[in-house]
Design a protein around this ligand. Structure first.
Ligand SMILES: [Zn+2]
Length: 317
C-alpha cells in the first residue's frame, strides 16, 4: 500500500520544508557486521517463492522459510495465525511471525516489516494488469530482508522483538469504485497484533517498508512525527552521525497508512516508519510501487545495508 491520510492530519504531501538546522553528515563510520550481499539474498529468497498472497502455496512456503530462518538466530519464534475480513468481504487467513531476543528483558524494541505482497498491480498504466499479484521485492521483501540480516548479526543483551506482519497489502484496490476508501482494509496483520501483542514490555518500535530502492530518500513521515517524534529524532540523528544524512533527510512528509499507524493507535507503542518517498511520482512512493516491476532487478543492496546499519546502531548491536 499505503496511501496518505490527507484529511487525518490535515497535511499535504511534501509541503514540509527543510529544517534550517539540518545536520551535516560527518565522515562515514558505518561499520556494522550487516552484510549487503546477505540482505540482498534474503530479498531474492522471498521473491523466488512468487507473490506472497493469502491462500497461495508461495504464501505458505514463505511463512515456513521465514520461521525457519529466524529460528536459527532468535531465542524464540512464535507463529501468530489470525483470520481477517478483506475489503470484499472474504475471510483471509494470515500469520504474523514473531522472533524474540532476550525474551525476559524489559524495555524492548520492536522491529517490524510486512512479509506479504500486494495481490494487485493496481498502479500499472495498463489496466488489464491490475489484478495481477506483484513480487513486492521492495514493497514487503526489502524490509523483511533487512530484519533477517539484523537477526543474523544481532548481538545484544537488550530485548528485541522482530515481528513480520501479514496482510499489510491486501487493501482495497484502485480499480474499485471507492478508491482506497477503507483505511482499515490495509494492515490486517498489524491490526491483529496490536490488539493481541505477544508482550506488553515494548518501549518503542521501528517499521521498515520500501527500503531497497536505489537512492533511497527517507523523509520524516507524518504518522511517525505525530505519534513518535522522539523515536524519529533518535533514528535520524543516528543516521546522520553514521554518514547517512543525505538519505535520512530532515524533510517532513504527509501521514501514511502503514503498519505503524495501528501499532501507535491500538497498542499505544510509539513507532516510526522508515520508508523511502519520492516526490516525483504520482503516488509519492517509488517508481515501481504496486507494479509488476517491483522485482529483484530494482533492489539496491547498498540501501538495505544503510538501513540495517542504522537499525543495529539504534538497537545497540
Ligand atoms: Zn504496498
Amino acid at each position: 500500500m499505503k496511501h496518505l491520510i490527507m484529511a487525518f492530519f490535515l497535511s499535504t504531501f511534501f509541503v514540509g520544508c527543510k529544517s534550517a538546522s539540518t545536520p551535516v553528515a560527518v565522515a562515514s563510520v558505518a561499520t556494522s557486521a550487516f552484510s549487503a550481499d546477505s540482505a540482498f539474498s534474503y530479498v531474492a529468497s522471498q521473491v523466488a517463492f512468487g507473490p506472497r498472497i493469502p491462500g497461495s502455496k508461495a504464501h505458505l512456503d514463505c511463512s515456513v522459510y521465514l520461521k525457519n530462518t529466524l529460528a536459527k538466530f532468535a531465542d524464540s519464534v512464535i507463529m501468530q495465525p489470525f483470520s481477517a475480513r478483506s475489503w470484499d468481504g472474504k475471510t483471509l487467513q494470515g500469520v504474523n511471525i514473531i522472533a524474540s531476543f532476550n525474551p525476559s528483558a524489559t524495555g524492548r524494541i520492536l522491529l517490524c516489516a510486512h512479509w506479504d505482497s500486494r495481490p494487485y498491480a493496481d498502479n500499472e498504466n495498463n489496466t488489464s494488469l491490475h489484478r495481477s499479484p506483484i513480487d513486492g521485492a521492495n514493497d514487503g521483501a526489502s524490509g523483511v530482508a533487512v530484519l533477517l540480516e539484523v537477526a543474523r548479526v544481532l548481538s545484544t543483551s537488550k530485548g528485541v522483538d522482530i515481528v513480520l506482519f501479514d496482510l499489510e497489502d491486501s487493501g482495497k484496490p484502485r480499480f474499485e469504485v471507492s478508491q482506497y476508501g477503507d483505511e482499515k482494509s490495509w494492515c490486517l496483520g498489524s491490526q491483529y497484533w496490536a490488539s493481541h501483542p505477544h508482550t506488553n514490555r515494548i518501549s518503542f518500535g521501528i517499521l521498515l517498508d520500501m527500503v531497497g530502492v536505489a537512492g533511497a530518500r527517507f523523509m520524516q513521515e507524518g504518522t511517525s512525527l505525530y505519534y513518535a517524534a522522539d523515536v524519529l529524532d533518535k533514528v535520524w540523528a543516528t543516521a546522520a552521525t553514521m554518514g547517512y544524512g543525505q538519505f535520512f533527510v530532515y524533510e517532513k512528509a504527509g501521514a501514511i497508512i502503514d503498519d505503524h499507524l495501528f501499532i501507535n493507535q491500538i497498542a499505544g507503542i510509539p513507532t516510526i516508519d522508515i520508508i523511502s518517498l519520492d516526490g516525483s511520482t504520482r503516488s509519492g512512493f517509488f517508481k515501481h510501487w504496486h507494479t509488476l516491476q517491483d522485482n529483484i532487478s530494482n533492489i539496491d543492496k547498498s540501501s538495505l545495508k544503510m538501513v540495517g546499519d542504522v537499525v543495529l546502531e539504534v538497537v545497540g548491536k
